[in-house]
Design a protein around this ligand. Structure first.
Ligand SMILES: Nc1nc2c(ncn2[C@@H]2O[C@H](COP(=O)(O)OP(=O)(O)OP(=O)(O)O)[C@@H](O)[C@H]2O)c(=O)[nH]1
Ligand SMILES: [Zn+2]
Length: 362
C-alpha cells in the first residue's frame, strides 16, 4: 500500500477526465487544511483529533476524499482535513491528504502474501506483549514483530505479563541481552475494576509509563496475553476509559480495528495504539537481509559466512552454527538460530511473488 501523497507528478500523468480545465486552478491543494491525527478507523469513517493539547482539542469525523480512496489511512496517520471540521455531532469533514509518515508499521497477511497492509503510522515504539504462561509464550511471534519493527525503524519494547503465574526466566535470558527494554508485569493486589480488569502491579505500570511518555506506541500481542488489561490500566481504567469513549464516540471493545488511546497524565502526544485485529506478522515485505538484521545477536557471525550464504540449516560455509556452539549468542542461542532459520525458510516461497510485483514504496 502506498503511503505516498497525491502530488503534482501524479496529476500530470493522469488523464484529466473533466476535460481541459487547467490544473493550476486547483493549486495549491488544500493549503489551509487543518491537520488531525487519526485515532480510529471504522467502515470508511476516520476519527481524528485536531488541535491536540489545546483548549480547542476536539474529535472530528472524516471521510476520505475520492482521490485518496486507494490509499490506506491508518491510526496514527496525520491527515489534512477540509470542510466541516467543527467536530459537531453531525459534522463530517473531508480527508484530503495524508501527511508524510515518520514510520509505517506494515505486515502481510502471511509470509506468502505479497500484499502489504499498513498497521500503524508514525509510531516510534512497538510494544510486544507476551504472557509468561497462559497462553504459552511464542518466541516466533516476538521475533516476527521484532523484525517488523526493525524494518520500520521503530524501537521495540517487550512486555511479559502474568509473571505471577510463572517466572519468565527463559524469556528474560533470551531477550534482555538483545538490549531492548523488557518490562515484567504481574497481577497486582488491588480490586478488579468496573471494567472487569485485573489490577496490574504498580512497579510494572510506572516503568511502562516511563517508556510510553511522549511516544506513540503500537501494542501487539496474541489474544489472552493481557493486552486489554494493560491498556485499561495505562489509560486509567474506568474513569479514563469513559474519557476515551468521549473521545472516540464509542467503546473500545466494539471495534476490532486498531485504535489510538490517549494516556492521561502523560505529556501531550502520548498515545498507545491497540491493534486487536493483528495476530500475526507476515513478513513478505521484508527482504532476507532485513530479517537477519533484526537478530542482532546473530548478525556479527554472518560476516564470517560464505558469500551469498542463505544461512539455512544445510548452507555450506554458514558461520552461524559455530557462533552459537561457542555460546556467543547466549544460553538460548540455538533457539534464536532456529527461530531465524524458520523465519527465513517461511519466506522462501513468498520471495518469487514479491519480485514479480516489483518494488513498491511504503
Ligand atoms: N494471572 C494473571 N492474569 C492476568 C494478567 N493480566 C491479565 N490477566 C488475565 O488474563 C485474561 C486475558 O486478559 P485480557 O487483558 O483480556 O487479554 P487480551 O490480550 O486483551 O485478550 P483479548 O481481549 O482476547 O485480545 C483475563 O482473564 C485477565 O484477567 C496477569 O498479569 N496475571
Ligand atoms: Zn550463513
Amino acid at each position: 500500500m502506498s503511503g505516498r501523497q497525491w502530488d503534482e507528478s501524479d496529476v500530470r500523468i493522469r488523464p484529466n477526465k473533466k476535460g481541459s480545465r487547467p490544473r493550476t486552478k486547483d493549486r495549491p491543494k488544500h493549503e489551509d487544511a487543518t491537520i488531525g491525527r487519526v485515532i480510529g478507523v471504522d467502515r470508511g469513517r476516520y476519527t481524528t483529533v485536531v488541535d491536540e493539547g489545546t483548549k480547542t482539542e476536539r474529535t472530528v469525523l472524516a471521510m476520505r476524499a475520492r482521490e485518496l480512496r486507494r490509499q490506506a489511512v491508518v491510526p496514527g496517520d496525520r491527515v489534512a482535513l477540509v470542510g466541516d471540521i467543527s467536530g459537531g455531532q453531525d459534522a463530517l469533514a473531508r480527508l484530503v491528504r495524508i501527511e508524510e509518515r515518520s514510520t509505517l508499521l506494515r505486515r502481510s497477511a502471511d509470509d506468502t502474501d505479497p500484499v502489504e497492509r499498513a498497521v500503524v503510522a508514525n509510531a516510534d515504539q512497538v510494544v510486544v506483549v507476551v504472557a509468561a504462561a497462559d497462553p504459552e509464550p511464542r518466541p516466533g511471534f516476538i521475533d516476527r514483530t521484532l523484525v517488523a519493527a526493525h524494518d520500520a525503524g521503530i524501537t521495540p519494547v517487550l512486555v511479559i505479563t502474568k509473571a505471577d503465574l510463572r517466572e519468565p526466566t527463559d524469556l528474560l535470558e533470551t531477550y534482555v541481552p538483545l538490549g531492548l527494554d523488557v518490562v515484567v508485569s504481574r497481577a497486582g493486589t488491588g480490586e478488579i475494576d468496573e471494567n472487569g480488569s485485573l489490577p496490574v502491579d504498580e512497579e510494572a505500570l510506572s516503568t511502562l509509563h516511563g517508556l510510553l511518555d511522549g511516544h506513540v506506541s503500537a501494542l501487539l500481542g496474541h489474544s489472552g496475553v493481557g493486552k486489554s488489561t494493560l491498556v485499561n490500566a495505562l489509560t486509567g481504567a474506568g474513569r479514563a476509559t469513559g474519557g476515551v469513549n468521549k473521545v472516540t464516540g464509542r467503546g473500545r471493545h466494539t471495534s476490532s480495528s486498531a485504535i489510538a488511546l490517549k494516556v492521561p497524565e502523560s505529556p501531550t502526544g502520548t498515545w498507545v495504539v491497540d491493534t486487536p485485529g493483528v495476530r500475526s506478522f507476515g513478513l513478505a515485505h521484508v527482504d532476507e537481509q532485513g530479517v537477519v538484521d533484526a537478530f542482532e545477536d546473530l548478525v556479527p557471525a554472518t560476516a564470517e559466512c560464505a558469500r551469498g550464504c542463505t544461512h539455512a540449516v544445510d548452507a555450506p560455509g554458514c558461520a552461524l552454527d559455530a557462533w552459537v556452539e561457542e555460546g556467543k549468542a547466549g544460553p538460548h542461542g540455538a533457539d534464536r538460530l532456529a527461530s531465524l532459520r524458520k523465519l527465513l525458510a517461511s519466506r522462501v516461497e513468498a520471495s518469487e511473488d514479491v519480485k514479480e510485483l516489483g518494488e513498491h514504496g511504503a
